[in-house]
Every structure is written in structure tokens, then in C-alpha cells.
Design a protein around this ligand. Structure first.
Ligand code: BES
Ligand code: MN
Ligand code: ZN
Length: 498
């Protein structure tokens, strides 16, 4: 989808469809007032006749509105003006995208970004148009036989702004939104693909392709022998039960001076988590193909950084492996030596994420990073705690935690701070090794993060547990592309302040 920002204060630009917002109780914004005037009072009549209540997300399509410059008019309810915030705005955008998709419009003029949204500027309003319209146009990789689904008809979206200054800001917002949308699509593709296609090798190849597509990205894929040479005993232990070889994938994005310390994004890349010898129950085991969503998200964030040419340095580290049961698999009570030298007693082979991540975090130290953020579908306990709405956020650094929390709010991709603490580390005591890999049911998300914190000493480190947010089950089953909006917003702000 192509996005443009145009000046159209008079709501007069021709298009296949004009998308115009209207508040409740006949409260008209500037665009609706203009359209009302062009069409001889049509909008007022609709309100007076009780034909459009304008509740948030209501839509009404009017074909061939006499006097308007567009072939169609799509009215979008914005609810009460007093309650019109970023969530209402996003809801209105999503319903406009859904309604537009049901029309024959190939291009559209969207006037919604003209409306004031509490605490949000025009750049953000335009960014959300591009992000939400892109996400709505996303299609799951087609592996069904039979007729190919038709691609979305809508290919060109123009966003109206009032004047030259606003158009410039809106254009920048559209660029950011499209970059986030493109990154989410790539990431969702990877997560939605079945694990017999999306293997560790496949993710490595995708990362290599990313380097071909974006000149500022360099990719290095380290194979099993290389991982052995690095002495990543915890990572290798998880991989040893599988016939699929593991991959350590390292991408570097250079957008700033060489000397500028990079941000290091670490992704959990378990392409299928059967649980291993501590085998999971069959119901919903298929969903464990999404256990590489952290890897997909950090790759996506890097792609967006490259597309936006952000003036920062970035390192992405992905530990990609399957977690499978076999005669060669790790067993409960096995003890392994991590790259950091700390030994780990594996009491539950299903707590594999922390095993691959601890070595990836240790590897990150060689880049002398300004911050390390790991992103992982780490615990079912986090889903119990926060549901599918917010990601878990743990950190050993107050400033970093605050930055990530704020980025999540701005991007409407929120994360909620949860604790790491010595008390949780105590739950990980082992009689036989430095640490056990599980600490009981209680506080499962916190013990997992506290385990990782033992490998992040003296780093500015944060952990995002995306087990609940990275995908949806039920009728909407599939990857969400989260937390890419949060990560990109964080990087944008680092780029501004750095
Ligand atoms: N990948 C899972 C976490 C998960 C579970 C994500 C459910 C999404 C939905 C992780 O590897 C895992 O199996 N964690 C265990 C840890 C336990 C053994 C301490 C869990 O959460 O049950
Ligand atoms: Mn597991
Ligand atoms: Zn897992």
C-alpha cells in the first residue's frame, strides 16, 4: 500500500472514497462540515434523521454523494469529542479500513488525521493511519490449495493535512507507520509459517536476505560448530534433541558513528517448542510454532530501523533452535555449563527459552551495548498474569524500564512492569548446580526473568515477555506482530536523544 500526505483543508481532493469522521450528537469536525456544505446539508440530514449515531467505529458508506469530490463517502463515527483519545482514534481507523475493504475503492482520501486527539500530534495521527491500514491489509502466507484469495483492492491512501507544515509532519508519520507495517508483516509471516518450513535454518536465511535488501544491515549466521566453539552449553543443550541444526543469527545495523554503543536486541527463536522430554499436552501444542515470535520481532524492528535510516547502531542476536524429545535430548536433572561459566541444572526441559537466551545475552556483551533487550515468548505464567493485552516488562535498570514503558504507551503496544528480585532467584536454588532452570509455579514469569538477570549483571538490561501478546488464538488465530510498534517507538526516541 502506498501512502501520501496532501494538503486539503477544503475536503475537495478527488478520490474513489473520502473517509470523513463525525462525532456524536451532530458534532462535526472541519472535514465533515466541509462535506456537509458541498453536499447541500447531507451530513446534518443524516444526523437529524437518526441514520448515523457516530458511535466510535460506526461506519456508513454513501455512494455517489452529489456535490462531493469523491466517488464515495465513508462516514466514520468518532464517538463523543470529549472522550476522543488515541484508543478511540485507532478504533475508528480500524473500522474505516474494514469498511473501505468492502468497497471497490482503489484509492482513498483519509481525513481522520485532521481530528485533534488528546496528547497526540499530526505525525502520530498519520503514522497510525499507515500502521493500521497496513496491518489490515496483511494476509497470512497462503498454503491453501484452490483459488488464490484476491489481493486487497485498495492500493493508494492519501492522508489530508491542513497546511504545508502539517503535511511535512504527516508525511514523516506515514513513513514511520509504513515501516512499522512492513516490519510487522515480515515478522507475522515468519511466525505464521509452519515449523516444518520456518526452521532455524530458514530464519537464518531470512536474516541473510534482510542484509541483501538493506545495505546498512550485515548478517552472520553461526552454525552448530560455531556455537560449540563459543561454548554456549545451555543453548546447545536445547538443540541437541532435534534433527534440525540450531543457528545463532547475528545482524548488525549501522546508522551512527562506529564508536556509538549499539542497542542489542535478543530474540528467542524456538521454531517449535514441544517441551522436550517434559513434553507438553497435545491441546494447543501447535501454537508452539509461535515460540520464535521474539526472534521475528527483533528482526522486524531492525528492518524498520534500516528503512527509516535511524541514526543508531543496532545488534540483533537470535538463538534459533527446536525443542524436541529424542534419545539424544536433554533430561530433567542434566547439568550444563552456560557460556558465562554458570552451571544450570535442567529440571524441566520445557523451560528452554531461558537456556537459549542466557547464552545469547552473554554473547551480546562483546558489542559493549548501551542496552540489551531480550524479547521472548517465555512463560505461560505471564499470560496468566497479564492476559493477551500487555507484555511483561522486567529490567535491572529504572531508566530503561521507564523508556520502554513510555514507548509502549505511545505506540499503543503496552508493557507492564513486573519484578525481578533476589527472592525469585532463591526459588532457583539447586543442590547440584549454580542455578536450576525452574523455580516452581508461583511467580513463574518473575522467576524466569530473574534467571535471565543472573546473566545480565552490569548490563542495562530489559526483558519483554510476549507470550500473551505475540499471537492470538481462537477465530483470529495468528501472529500479531507485537511488540514491533513498542520496539520501533523506543528506537525512534533513542535516535532523537542519542
Ligand atoms: N514457550 C513456552 C511459554 C509459553 C507457554 C508461551 C504458553 C505461550 C503460551 C515456554 O518455553 C515454556 O514452556 N514455559 C514453561 C515454563 C515452565 C516449565 C517453568 C511454562 O510457561 O509452562
Ligand atoms: Mn517450553
Ligand atoms: Zn518455549
Amino acid at each position: 500500500m502506498e501512502f501520501k500526505a496532501v494538503i486539503d483543508a477544503k475536503t475537495r481532493a478527488p478520490s474513489d472514497c473520502a473517509v470523513v469522521g463525525m462525532y456524536e450528537n451532530g458534532d462535526l469536525g472541519a472535514a465533515a462540515r466541509n462535506i456537509n456544505a458541498h453536499t447541500g446539508g447531507l451530513i446534518r440530514q443524516l444526523h437529524a434523521g437518526g441514520d448515523f449515531a457516530a458511535k466510535t467505529g460506526d461506519t456508513l458508506l454513501l455512494p455517489r454523494p452529489a456535490g462531493a469530490a469523491s466517488a464515495r463517502l465513508l462516514l466514520v463515527g468518532l464517538g463523543a469529542r470529549s472522550g476522543f483519545d488515541r484508543r478511540q482514534y485507532r478504533k475508528a481507523l480500524l473500522s474505516s479500513a474494514q469498511a473501505l475493504a468492502k468497497t471497490g475503492a482503489v484509492n482513498a482520501m483519509v481525513y481522520l488525521a485532521l481530528e485533534g486527539v488528546a496528547g497526540v500530534d499530526v505525525q502520530y495521527r498519520a503514522r497510525m493511519v499507515a500502521e493500521i491500514y497496513s496491518a489490515h491489509g496483511y494476509r497470512i502466507p497462503d498454503l491453501k490449495s484452490g483459488a488464490k484469495p484476491k489481493p486487497p483492492k485498495l492500493t493508494s491512501v492519501s492522508v489530508a493535512a491542513e497546511n504545508a507544515r502539517a503535511v511535512k509532519a504527516a508525511a514523516q508519520g506515514l513513513k514511520i507507520g509504513a515501516a512499522i507495517g512492513g516490519a510487522m508483516a515480515m515478522s507475522r509471516d515468519l511466525a505464521n509459517l509452519p515449523p516444518n518450513i520456518c526452521t532455524p535454518t530458514y530464519i537464518g536465511q531470512r536474516a541473510e536476505r534482510l542484509a541483501k535488501e538493506w545495505p546498512r544491515i550485515k548478517t552472520r549466521v553461526i552454525d552448530e560448530d560455531g556455537i560449540k566453539a563459543l561454548k554456549m552449553g545451555a543453548f546447545l543443550a536445547v538443540a541437541q534433541g532435534s534433527t534440525q541444526p540450531p543457528r545463532l543469527i547475528v545482524c548488525e545495523y549501522h546508522g551512527a558513528k562506529k564508536a556509538s554503543a549499539p542497542i542489542c536486541l535478543v530474540g528467542k527463536g524456538i521454531t517449535f517448542d514441544s517441551g522436550g522430554i517434559s513434553l507438553k499436552q497435545p491441546p494447543a501444542m501447535d501454537e508452539m510454532k509461535f515460540d520464535m515470535s521474539g526472534a521475528a520481532a527483533v528482526l522486524g524492528a531492525m528492518r524498520a530501523a534500516a528503512e527509516l535510516k535511524l541514526p543508531i547502531n543496532l545488534v540483533v542476536i537470535i538463538a534459533a533452535s527446536e525443542n524436541m524429545p529424542s534419545g539424544g535430548a536433554i533430561k530433567p536433572s542434566d547439568i550444563v555449563t552456560s557460556m558465562s561459566g554458570q552451571t544450570v541444572e535442567i529440571l524441566n526441559t520445557d523451560a528452554e527459552g531461558r537456556l537459549v537466551l542466557c547464552d545469547a545475552i552473554t554473547y551480546g556483551r562483546r558489542f559493549k551495548p548501551a542496552a540489551v533487550i531480550d524479547v521472548a515468548t517465555l512463560t505461560g505464567a505471564c499470560v496468566v498474569a497479564l492476559g493477551h493485552h500487555l507484555s511483561g516488562l522486567m529490567s535491572n535498570n529504572e531508566a530503561l524500564a521507564a523508556e520502554l514503558g513510555a514507548a509502549g504507551i505511545r505506540a499503543d503496544d503496552r508493557a507492564w512492569r513486573m519484578p525481578i528480585a533476589d527472592e525469585y532467584v532463591d526459588q532457583l536454588k539447586s543442590n547440584f548446580a549454580d542455578l536450576a532452570n525452574v523455580g516452581g509455579r508461583e511467580g513463574g514469569a518473575c522467576t524466569a526473568a530473574s534467571f535471565l538477570s543472573k546473566f545480565a549483571a552490569n548490563l542495562a538490561w530489559a526483558h519483554l515477555d510476549i507470550a500473551g501478546t505475540a499471537w492470538l488464538g481462537g477465530a483470529q488465530k495468528g501472529s500479531t506482530g507485537r511488540p514491533i510498534p513498542l520496539l520501533v517507538d523506543f528506537l525512534l526516541h533513542r535516535a532523537k536523544s542519542g
